[in-house]
Design a protein around this ligand. Structure first.
Ligand code: GLN
Ligand code: ZN
Length: 769
């Protein structure tokens, strides 16, 4: 039998983000639900065909979603909290959207489910909520419908499901705590999955893929038993009366060395291993425990999380090594391709000799097929393979020349460059005297709504329809308005609004040497929201001042303090496509020096408060605890310190993080040595504040008081209550009041009333102190 080519999952947003466009139009009332359904159908069909044409044997279905596959899984298992049922929509999609983004209208008023980052990616999933009234049962035909839909087109697909282990580990109770898994719940969930398996067996599916990325995390007591309990039920359902289906246990984003033996003993038909991120450990596990005769190893060699061309020689080396252990190897993507853009095809802005180094989702299909074909071939055939020769030419070391000046600057750094003086407690006094802010100072995270006008004016500049001067005048006008408006509602620390920025990373990249940009390389971040990360092509340095002009202008328009707004080096790297030929550590240091130059220029221009966003720092924390420090924090935290260590004591350094799940690295966050940190805390609980209290956290904190990912407007009373909850856990003298993230994705209609309520709430609570 030849080596199978398998794809774990394909991006669903569409070549031109068709899905985003139609769903957003539907939300605005500009498209019908039928339009949404139709676009969904044609995207699925087009994507299946692309994969079939590329020679993929195992093509995924049910990887499509209107919003998020975890939300779909919750709905499939009937995990729909009462508050959403009570809205009583007459179609499933509106309920789904209400769970995803909250709802405020004639049917009621509910907040959205919490949203969290999907492992170490910039993709966000909705956190399923299970309560005592939840009745687990099969509540959806989506997986079967999509399988049948493809079948009608003549394509036999491999349905993909988020597995029960990952589902149960990520689901939460209504207090946002981990679930206490009782036997009843486990049995019920296993039962539904078993039902799905036998149904697919009857429908004639050859393979079913269970995604279990949670298996790459450290195991706690009971985890292995849970895994076994679930899958012994599920695996025994694969032989139905009308046929049988093979089950692939698919893992990614790391290794499963600690459970590989157990998994292999359970008798899966396939085990998917990530040979990018978990390479050594996964290979060692296979080496040690072997591969059962009836199990195929799906070798995840094509990186689903970066955009560089695969090095075929390396991949073939891995596959050849596996082949010494088993005759059954399939070639696969290391994870779903959801995390890469659609195709390099439209990227005409990149020269061919540059573009040839990249593979997006469509190009990766070709890679999987090429490698599968080469895996089968003997040495002689490989020697004359044109595909292999062309591929190897990409890796001859001539891609980009090193920048000597950057290397010299890095070599010259010493320990002092990573430590800000004086110590935080001392600077705090100086800053408080200087800034003269009230208690519970109010501020925002930086951006204000990027209205259609802002975006279309930027588009006009790009197309040459207006001059740079006209554009600059427009931006100045926006800043004038936003400063004025912030003054009027009584915010304490103002911002300039970030109207000049398309994005918090690309904008910086555009002023850095070493960066490349794409036109259409969008990747889904959450729901309909997509990001377009720039590419680190060579050594990085600052080409010119980046933010100084507009920060200085904004400060000149008001007596209040205006915060300068920068993106930190770790986040810039995490939200760029990093190089694969040098380490992330080195790339981050290069970026740190570039942003350090900007910090010092802002300070010299009279900016007294500078926020350096590290929105994505938590995101790339390695999944295994033993890797946290040595593989990440030991260089990520110093890189942040390098950025701000040169400022004067009176300059207040803020940082911001999306998501508050840093209770277990609280010391490291404090070690970044910022003066203030704001973070998301409005969806979900405030446990991080307990950790902060316990750790004697020195950094002042601004836990977000309302959720900006939802269009709903919080009332003043609700916000007063939220601030009270915060003050129960944190000392008022060290608390800031702010939304949980930047406001650029919101409209002005909800932003200003929300902020007004926030300022009112802060004022009200101040009088009680
Ligand atoms: N300063 C940025 C903004 O307000 C921060 C965005 C973010 O944290 N994702 O848009
Ligand atoms: Zn944020």
């Amino acid at each position: 039998m030849s080596v199978l080519a398998s794809v774990s999952g394909f991006p669903r947003i569409g070549r031109d983000r068709e899905l985003k466009k139609v769903i957003e139009a539907y939300w605005k009332g500009a498209a019908r639900l039928d339009d949404v359904r139709e676009t969904g159908g044609s995207l699925r069909s087009a994507h299946w065909k692309l994969q079939a044409d590329a020679g993929i044997d195992l093509i995924p279905s049910n990887d499509f979603s209107y919003y998020d596959q975890m939300l779909d899984t919750a709905i499939m298992l009937n995990v729909i909290p009462q508050r959403y049922r009570r809205l009583a929509f007459d179609n499933a999609e509106d309920t789904l959207f209400a769970m995803a983004r909250g709802y405020q209208g004639p049917q009621g008023d509910v907040t959205a489910l919490p949203m969290k980052k999907w492992f170490t990616t910039n993709y966000h999933y909705l956190v399923p909520e299970i309560d005592s009234t939840t009745q687990i049962r099969l509540n959806s035909t989506k997986p079967f419908d999509e399988f049948n839909e493809a079948k009608v087109q003549g394509i036999d697909t491999k349905p993909v499901l988020i597995g029960p282990y990952t589902f149960l580990k990520l689901a939460r109770n209504p207090q946002a705590e981990e679930l206490e898994l009782d036997q009843g719940l486990v049995d019920a969930v296993a039962g539904v999955y078993a039902e799905i398996v036998s149904k697919f067996a009857s429908l004639g599916a050859a393979w079913l893929q269970f995604d279990e990325p949670y298996l790459v995390l450290d195991k706690e007591d009971g985890d292995e038993e849970l895994f076994k309990a679930l899958y012994s039920v599920i695996l025994s359902a694969r032989n139905g009366a009308d046929g049988s289906v093979r089950i692939l246990l698919n893992t990614y984003f790391g290794h499963i060395a600690d459970i590989y033996e157990t998994a292999s003993l359970l008798g899966f038909d396939g085990i998917g291993l990530d040979l990018n991120e978990g390479r050594e450990e996964n290979l060692a596990a296979v080496e040690r425990f072997g591969v059962p005769q009836s199990t195929t190893i799906f070798a995840g060699v094509v990186n689903g999380r970066n955009i560089w061309r695969n090095d075929y020689a390396t991949s073939l080396g891995l596959i050849d090594a596996l082949k010494t252990k088993t005759g059954n190897v399939a070639v696969a993507t290391a994870s779903s391709l959801l995390h890469v853009p659609f195709s390099t095809e439209g990227e005409t802005g990149l020269k061919p000799e540059v573009r040839k180094h990249f593979a997006f989702a469509v190009e990766k299909l070709g890679e999987v097929a090429d490698i599968a074909a080469l895996a089968d071939a003997d040495d002689g055939t490989r020697k004359v393979s044109k595909a292999l020769a062309a591929n190897q030419a990409l890796f001859d070391g001539s891609r980009v020349a090193a920048d000597k000046a950057v290397a010299e600057r890095l070599n010259a750094l010493d320990d002092k460059d990573f430590v800000r003086q004086p110590a935080r407690a001392e600077r705090r006094k100086v800053q408080h005297d200087q800034l003269g802010l009230p208690e519970l100072p109010t501020t925002t995270i930086g951006s204000f709504p990027q209205t259609r006008e802002v975006r279309s004016t930027r588009a006009k500049l790009r197309k040459g329809e207006i001059s740079q001067d006209e554009y600059d005048q427009f931006i100045a006008g926006q800043i004038d308005q936003v400063i004025d408006h912030q003054e009027r509602i009584g915010l304490d620390v103002l911002v300039h609004g970030e109207f000049e920025r398309n994005d918090m990373v690309e904008y910086f990249g555009q002023h850095l040497n070493g960066y490349l940009f794409t036109k259409n390389a969008w990747v889904q971040s959450y729901g309909t929201r997509c990001v377009k990360p720039p590419i680190v092509w060579g050594d990085v340095s600052r080409a010119e001042p980046i933010t100084v002009r507009w920060s200085k202008y904004a400060q000149s328009r008001t007596k209040h303090v205006v915060k300068g707004m920068l993106t930190g080096p770790v986040t810039i790297l995490n939200w760029s496509w990093p190089r694969e030929d040098i380490s992330n550590e080195l790339q981050t240091q290069q970026l740190a020096l570039a942003i350090r130059d900007e910090v010092l220029d802002l300070e010299a221009a009279g900016i007294k408060v500078i926020q350096i966003d590290e929105a994505a720092l938590r995101e790339k924390l390695p999944l295994r605890r033993s890797d946290w420090h040595k593989k990440y924090l030991d260089w990520a935290v110093p890189a942040f310190r390098l950025v701000h260590s040169g400022v004067k004591p009176e300059t207040q350094i803020h940082t911001h993080m999306c998501y508050s799940e840093f209770n277990d690295i609280i010391k490291d966050i404090d070690d970044m040595d910022a003066d203030v940190i704001s973070f998301e805390a409005s969806r979900g609980d405030l446990v991080v504040l307990d950790a902060i209290e316990e750790a004697n956290f020195e950094t002042e904190v601004g836990p977000g008081v309302y959720d900006i990912h939802s269009p709903r407007i919080p009332s003043t009373d609700e916000l007063v209550e939220r601030i009270h909850a915060i003050l129960k856990k944190a000392d008022a003298g060290r608390v800031w009041i702010n939304p949980d993230c930047g406001l650029k994705t919101r409209g002005n209609e909800e932003t200003w009333p929300s902020l007004e309520h926030m300022v009112e709430a802060a004022k009200k609570v101040r009088t009680e102190l």
